[in-house]
Design a protein around this ligand. Structure first.
Ligand code: SF4
Ligand code: SF4
Length: 150
């Protein structure tokens, strides 16, 4: 009760508002004139520079004609812990259907390790959002567009 009376007294409330306002103004001036570096970024105008070793979404490796190096062996589909890959095709040929569900992928890199043809690689694109599950399911052509050439 005594504490409540002390904290909510008009005098203490007034000094609290004044001192917190002064702290904000001081901090804004320091940042404006470069005396203090902000620990937050003005995202998305400013971007954080992650390490080049950051593992983002898996990408397909394409040849100079834009064709995937994948030979439909199915190993990546079998090893994927979240079952986010789907593939249909004849072994030895480029797949007819190859899709990746980005909402399920955990960027573990197992698919890259197991691929005998180096047809799949971990890229560094990790800023992937969508409002619907369907948007995050990439079919073969969409996945190729987001992928790298050899
Ligand atoms: S990175 Fe991991 S979870 Fe994602 S597709 Fe490859 S094996 Fe599956
Ligand atoms: S492991 Fe490589 S070659 Fe085999 S299906 Fe996956 S991406 Fe294609």
């Amino acid at each position: 009760m005594i504490l409540k009376k002390y904290l909510y007294s008009p005098r203490n409330m007034f000094t609290g508002v004044i001192s917190s306002s002064l702290t904000i103004v001081k901090s804004l001036i320091r940042r404006k004139y470069g005396f203090e570096k902000s620990i937050t970024l003005n995202y998305p105008i400013e971007q954080y520079h992650y390490s080049d070793r950051l593992m983002g979404m898996p990408e397909l490796v394409l040849n100079e004609k834009g064709k995937s190096l994948c030979t439909s062996c199915d190993l990546c589909v079998q090893i994927c812990p979240t079952k986010c890959l789907e593939l249909k095709g004849e072994v030895g040929k480029e797949p007819k259907l190859f899709s990746l569900s980005l909402s399920d992928c955990i960027f573990c890199g197992h698919c890259e390790v197991v691929c005998p043809d180096k047809a799949i690689t971990m890229g560094n694109n990790h800023m992937l959002t969508g409002h619907k599950e369907e948007v995050l399911r990439l079919d073969f052509s969409e996945w190729k567009k987001l992928s790298s050439r050899q």
